[in-house]
Design a protein around this ligand. Structure first.
Ligand SMILES: [Fe+2]
Ligand SMILES: [Fe+2]
Length: 430
């Protein structure tokens, strides 16, 4: 009698061990009341246990959360409409209630303990609006646009793109490390008992939301190349903003060190959190299609420091100040250019592109099959030479302008292979 080799048992993924119904059940068991918290001791602590500088630094952080909670409550409804399963819709409905509760909690805390606003949501938000960082505003403006895009297109790839922004970037990469920072220093100092109790409940809710987002992506992306590409595109789009989210006015790191934290520490937590969640969703960064979404050969600390160099040198950021031309900043900038070259660049011979900057030292890029190298100085032989202002090219990479516009307005003068010039969008598809 023929024997049959048993087929290997299907691999159980961590996300298979929990169902959408389980996540809903956890929500029912985790109820808490944002209106029952007493902030009277918080009001005393805020005046007596924080120095004026610490109040300024803490307010900056709390402002990001306050704005964020209101924004995520406002933008979740199209996700409910786009989710394919009833159980997913029910969970997302519970999440929307959570986000409203978080916003109520922050409105009360900001008003009753910190004297921000007049007790209603609008006046509180108006007061903290000027404190929000550029990186933070970029992400939340994108979240607003994403809600509109998802209303117009409820497809699976679009839903995966939106969940990556909402659950993986806003909740796992930005909010989770920020909550950890706040709850840890409040516990160490034994201050703001009402706020701390609420923040711990918020953090528990966020864990559930993130678990849902990871599960949804794990369920919807396998075998769906378009969805995987959408996740990768979104990550490439938002990554340049993330190094500036916790950037206080004037890059005063004292805003973090006064509470025992640093850019490095919060950056490493952010990068590691995103990496872990993507891996659990079956979307490990190194498996995603297209140009790498983050510099994968660098450790989380090195990635954090690269992002800081770019932000401090005005490479990333609002583009209000001229970009720095010191060798470290320019090397970091050209590292970004090198990494942005598509693996499908389609160049069948070694190719050199030179940036002959009007206002900064020249640099060039050599592409030879999978190898790409960036070098300071003029190239001995360039296939394409771009005569352009450094500041303008920084704006192209930062998406504040595009190369076609520079060409049309004669702000960029190419020489050499015009065929290569026409292929630039394929070489740098991001
Ligand atoms: Fe929240
Ligand atoms: Fe949330």
């Amino acid at each position: 009698m023929a024997t049959r080799t048993p087929s290997p048992a299907p691999r159980i993924r961590p996300t298979d061990r929990i169902s959408y119904a389980d996540l809903y059940g956890r929500w029912e068991k985790g109820h808490w009341s944002a209106t029952a918290i007493d902030f009277s001791q918080d009001r005393v602590d805020w005046q007596e246990r924080f120095t004026p500088y610490e109040r300024e630094a803490a307010l900056f952080n709390y402002a990001l959360f306050f704005w964020g909670e209101d924004a995520v409550a406002d933008t979740l409804s199209p996700y409910i409409d786009a989710a394919p399963l009833e159980e997913q819709k029910y969970f997302l409905t519970t999440q929307q209630v959570d986000e409203a509760r978080h916003a109520v909690f922050f409105t009360r805390f900001m008003h009753e303990a910190l004297d921000v606003g007049r007790g209603d949501v609008r006046s509180g938000l108006d007061e903290i609006r000027p404190l929000l960082s550029w990186g933070f505003n970029q992400v939340f403006d994108r979240l607003d646009r994403m809600a509109d895009e998802l209303r117009a297109d409820r497809s699976v790839p679009q839903l995966c793109r939106a969940v990556t922004l909402y659950h993986l970037i806003v909740e796992a990469t930005m909010a989770q490390p920020g909550q950890h920072m706040i709850t840890s220093y409040l516990a160490e100092r034994e201050v703001l008992p009402g706020f701390r109790a609420g923040m711990e409940r918020v953090a528990a809710d966020e864990l559930r939301h993130i678990a849902f987002g990871v599960k949804l992506l794990a369920d919807l992306t396998p075998g769906n190349d378009e969805a995987r590409a959408a996740v990768a595109e979104l990550l490439r789009e938002v990554s340049p903003w993330l190094g500036s989210v916790f950037q206080p006015p004037g890059w005063d790191e004292g805003y973090l060190t006064t509470f025992g934290w640093s850019y490095d520490r919060i950056g490493v937590e952010s990068v590691s959190s995103l990496e872990t969640k993507l891996r659990s969703a079956g979307l490990a960064m190194e498996t995603l299609p297209g140009p790498e979404v983050q510099p994968l050969d660098l450790s989380p600390l090195e990635r954090t420091r690269l992002a800081q160099t770019l932000a401090r040198g005005n490479i990333t950021g609002p583009g209000l100040h001229p970009p720095a031309t010191d060798p470290d900043t320019m090397a970091a900038f050209f590292d970004v250019i090198r990494r942005a070259v598509s693996p499908d660049h389609g160049l069948d011979a070694p190719t050199t592109i030179e940036w002959d900057f009007i206002d900064a030292p020249a640099w060039h890029l050599r592409i030879d099959g999978p190898t790409r190298e960036v070098v300071a100085g003029h190239a001995p032989h360039a296939d394409l030479r771009l005569r352009v202002a450094y500041r303008d090219w920084v704006d192209v990479v930062g998406r504040r302008t595009d190369a076609r516009r520079l060409l049309l307005t004669r702000r960029m003068r190419p020489s050499g292979s015009l065929r290569l010039l026409a292929r630039l969008p394929r070489i740098f598809p991001g």
